[in-house]
Design a protein around this ligand. Structure first.
Ligand code: K2U
Ligand code: NI
Length: 192
């Protein structure tokens, strides 16, 4: 029985930090249909994102703000993550993503000018993280229903950041090691 039940409140002590091997693992497919335990875990992870974006609750539980969270960041070897944020056009993205596959993407790339952070990384790492500007992905939701989603801009960045976690990739792996602010050549890339 997982501790991440419906009413369990995830706090920073539950967040695995870099150095833990599970963050470098190719995580395991989630058995379908999604079990009640996995559904409860996804709900618990989603609640973390909502709590972390509520100033009172974030202060009460000392939470770092998150717009995405992957299962291996709470120590679970499962290919699933959650996203909760409003994008640059004011569209709310609230989604549980199980066994995702990126089925196509733009050649054009984007990056966050302020670099990226990570709930599993307790240090400030500067540098550009090149990501695809647009992606098309297939996945299953918390009820085991398959869906296809097309994302661009910030939403595409969040999805790719979480998708990377499921494959053991950290955001700083994608920063140019010799010059962190050097952008890839021969490809169209814009700042978000
Ligand atoms: O996976 C995580 O560690 C959660 C990250 C995801 C993320 C980082 C950078 C860019 C997009 C997604 C946290 O949400 S980092 C905190 C944060 C909060 C608001 C906006 C961007 C990043
Ligand atoms: Ni992260």
């Amino acid at each position: 029985m997982s501790k991440f039940t419906k009413d369990y409140i995830i706090t920073m002590k539950d967040i695995v930090r870099e150095g833990d091997p599970i963050l470098r693992k190719e995580t395991a497919e989630v058995p379908l249909p999604v079990s009640e335990e996995d559904r409860d875990t996804l709900a618990c992870m989603m609640q973390y994102l909502k709590n972390s974006q509520d100033p009172k609750l974030a202060r009460k539980y000392n939470l770092r703000e998150g717009v995405g969270l992957s299962a291996n960041q709470i120590g679970l070897d499962k290919r699933m993550f959650v996203m909760y944020f409003t994008d640059e056009k004011g569209k709310l993205h609230e989604r549980a993503v199980v066994n995702p596959k990126i089925i196509s993407h733009s050649t054009a790339m984007i990056y966050l000018p302020q670099s990226e952070g990570c709930l599993s990384v307790d240090r400030d790492i500067k540098g550009y993280v090149p990501r695809y500007e647009r992606i098309k992905a297939k996945a299953f939701d918390e009820n085991g229903e398959e869906f296809t989603v097309r994302l661009r801009g910030f939403a595409a960045i969040v999805f790719q950041h979480e998708f990377d976690h499921l494959n053991g990739v950290m955001f700083y792996d994608r920063i140019n090691q010799t010059n962190p602010f050097k952008l890839p050549e021969n490809v169209e890339i814009n700042s978000l």
